[in-house]
Write a protein that binds this ligand. Structure first.
Ligand code: ADP
Ligand code: ADP
Length: 231
């Protein structure tokens, strides 16, 4: 399997705090990786550096063989829009837009016409169990449904990598598990990688592999559910 995304010796300081102290991580084709660890250990900082939201102080990020951490803000922003998808804990859907337009938004930002973007967006509703929800506004959806709309929006641009930061954090256990199942299935079906930050071992168990961060370092790597080959 080829490497899609990798971080090499990622280091990040905030004042006197060392958030990342030289992390090496490689994500392979269609792999789902969970990042676990205590609060404040550097999980979100690692995700933000890999996703081009934040520049590491030292180290490099490579996407499909190209170095991307040193690109300017405009190019990194374009990269996030075209190559990456994002799912957050909550509050990421625009409340005034119907679900289908929320999903269509990344396409419209990329220059696709509204009609065409909404047509493409609608194709994601049935596979994610959202039939009939197309014209509802986020406030008219359950928490689990809203997260499935967010998953559709993350995938609609056919990204290489989906980043999810505590994607089930606002959901009850049962809904969270169902949401993770759909997230992993949908990313694999679309040949994307998945990087999930979570506190919850049940969430991590849906991934191929878990890495643990402590004090800005990776401490352990375990194969989980699907069991892929470790480096
Ligand atoms: P986690 O996601 O594991 O909770 P973070 O990556 O958010 O951890 O944070 C790692 C460390 O860096 C923590 O000590 C946190 O307080 C600090 N930190 C993160 N972001 C910032 C920031 N923008 N400014 C200052 N300190 C930060
Ligand atoms: P643009 O500037 O091209 O509109 P943004 O930088 O606002 O793009 O965002 C690109 C992607 O990164 C979006 O999906 C957005 O939600 C996500 N993103 C941006 N900033 C953050 C952040 N601080 N934390 C988490 N995700 C972010």
């Amino acid at each position: 399997m080829s490497d899609v995304l990798s971080g090499h010796f990622l280091t990040k300081h905030f004042g006197h705090t060392t958030a990342l102290a030289g992390v090496d991580i490689t994500i392979r084709q269609e792999e789902a990786v969970a990042i676990m660890g205590p609060s404040g250990s550097g999980k979100s900082t690692l995700l933000h550096c890999l996703a081009g939201i934040m520049k590491p102080d030292e180290g490099e990020v490579h996407l499909m063989g190209h170095r991307v951490d040193n690109l300017g803000e405009r190019r990194r922003s374009e990269l996030r829009r075209t190559r990456f998808g994002f799912v957050f804990q909550f509050g990421q859907l625009l409340p005034e837009l119907p679900a289908e337009e929320n999903v269509a938004l990344p396409l419209m930002l990329g220059g696709v016409t509204r009609t065409q973007a909404v047509r493409q967006a609608r194709e994601w509703f049935a596979p994610l169990g959202l039939q009939g929800m197309e014209t509802r506004r986020p406030g008219e959806l359950s928490g689990g449904q809203a997260q499935r709309v967010a998953i559709a929006r993350a995938l609609v641009s056919r990204p290489a990598v989906v980043f999810a930061d505590e994607p089930t954090g606002a959901l009850d256990q049962t809904t969270g598990q169902e949401t993770m199942r759909l997230l992993v299935e949908a990313t694999k079906h679309n040949e994307a990688c998945l990087v999930v930050v979570t506190h919850d071992p049940n969430v991590a168990s849906w991934c191929d592999r878990t890495v643990e961060v402590r004090d800005g370092r990776l401490t352990a790597q375990q194969a989980t559910a699907y069991t892929t080959v470790l480096p």
